[in-house]
Design a protein around this ligand. Structure first.
Ligand code: SF4
Ligand code: SF4
Length: 379
């Protein structure tokens, strides 16, 4: 996994999604001075290429001036190393001016949308869909690449077929996000999806994806297939993320990732102090998440998928215990289900039952694309 720094310009957000735990009404907005300190901190921290993702709350609340200044400061300040940017936004505050800056830096956009209008607005609030689609038009007019991230909840999973068909008809790329419990949530069970249900959803999407190959992209399935094929994780959930991912909050506080932002007990340092890796490794947050690695080596040691799953997400693992490492990611059930399914299909395609077909991947002996085509896909 490449080095990833998430910048959270604010936890504020104009939307009011039912299951969102990552926004705060009175959150401050990051100053440009903090961005300058991010550059100084990273210069002393490590010298490799870095991907910055602006995340929130709603990162566009920081406004056009913020991005007009922040992007060149980060880009030039850290050159000649390779710098990439991404943003996750609901697009409500996207203006042609901001879209133009994003186009200059070739910034891909991830935007949250839970499916057709009625379903989306039921979960994310009335008017959400229309506002996001207005922002989408502005983004498209500047040639920006927008991918929608769909949160599947205990409610919307019942409409998985409608959601899939909606994405197919609209020609949108689908990235799914299971609604997960949070350390910040008061009633985490209300919307969250059960691990077994999530596993079934992934297998359903794998089937639908193969049926509709070439007409839609389902990013999670691409990544899961790639994990099995290459034998290593390709997204943060399936690698040891500690030390390769950080998040910086509006006041310059450093956290292990965006999911911890705003929780004082998970602060690892502050960019204004330019902490080294050694300094960060002394924080309680680092020690706790590092313990997860050791725990996974022990608990998942016998699992066939350990190399490319790594026990899942440490944040998910500590939610049920209120912050302590006493288990692996509870979504293990789902990961096992989909990794088993991909492996089974891979084996069937490679070493299928017909003797004549032995060693011929399905892509070579069938007109219908199989799992190998997803495994080999460039992502
Ligand atoms: S804690 Fe979870 S969400 Fe955060 S970087 Fe690690 S794996 Fe990803
Ligand atoms: S599938 Fe489950 S047991 Fe296997 S590595 Fe992942 S979390 Fe551990």
């Amino acid at each position: 996994m490449p080095f990833h720094v998430m910048i959270i310009p604010t936890l504020g957000c104009p939307a009011n999604c039912s299951y969102c735990w990552s926004s705060e009404k009175k959150s401050s907005i990051m100053s440009i001075e903090t961005i300058t300190e991010v550059v100084k901190w990273l210069k002393s921290l490590r010298g490799d290429s870095v991907t910055f993702t602006f995340h929130g709350g709603e990162p566009l609340l920081a406004g056009a001036d913020f991005y007009m200044e922040a992007l060149p400061i980060l880009f030039k300040g850290l050159s000649p190393r390779k710098i990439a940017f991404a943003i996750q936004t609901n697009l409500w505050k996207l203006t042609p001016e901001i879209a133009k800056i994003f186009a200059e830096y070739n910034i891909p956009i991830g935007s949250s949308l839970d499916g057709p209008k009625e379903l989306n607005d039921f979960q994310r609030g009335k008017g959400y869909y229309t506002k996001t689609m207005m922002g989408y038009e502005i983004a498209r007019n500047q040639g920006l690449n927008v991918r929608f991230i769909t949160t599947f909840t205990s409610h919307s999973v019942k409409f998985k077929e409608e959601i899939f068909n909606f994405y197919l008809e609209q020609g949108f790329t689908l990235k799914l996000h299971p609604c997960l419990p949070s350390l910040k949530g008061e009633n985490p069970k209300k919307w969250t999806i059960d691990p077994g249900e999530y596993g079934e959803l992934l297998i359903y999407l794998l089937d639908k994806y193969l049926e509709n190959m070439g007409k839609i992209e389902v990013m999670n399935i691409d990544h899961l297939c790639k994990c099995v094929f290459t034998g290593r994780g390709t997204v943060c959930t399936y690698v040891d993320c500690m030390g390769d991912t950080f998040a910086v909050g509006s006041e310059g506080n450093i956290y292990p990732c965006y999911r911890f932002v705003g929780m004082d007990e998970w602060i690892m340092g502050n960019v204004y102090d330019h902490p080294t890796m050694e300094d960060l490794s002394q924080s309680n947050a680092w020690k706790c998440l590092n313990k997860f690695k050791e725990y996974v080596d022990k608990e998942c040691g016998k699992c066939a998928h350990i190399k490319y799953c790594r026990g899942g997400c440490p944040y998910n693992a500590i939610v049920p215990t209120g912050g302590e490492i006493r288990g692996i990611d509870p979504y293990c059930t789902a990961y096992k289900m989909i990794f088993d399914e991909i492996t089974k299909r891979f084996n069937e395609e490679m070493f299928g039952s017909c003797e004549m077909d032995v060693f011929l991947p399905q892509t070579m002996n069938s007109s219908r694309p199989g799992i190998m085509s997803l495994m080999r896909k460039k992502i």
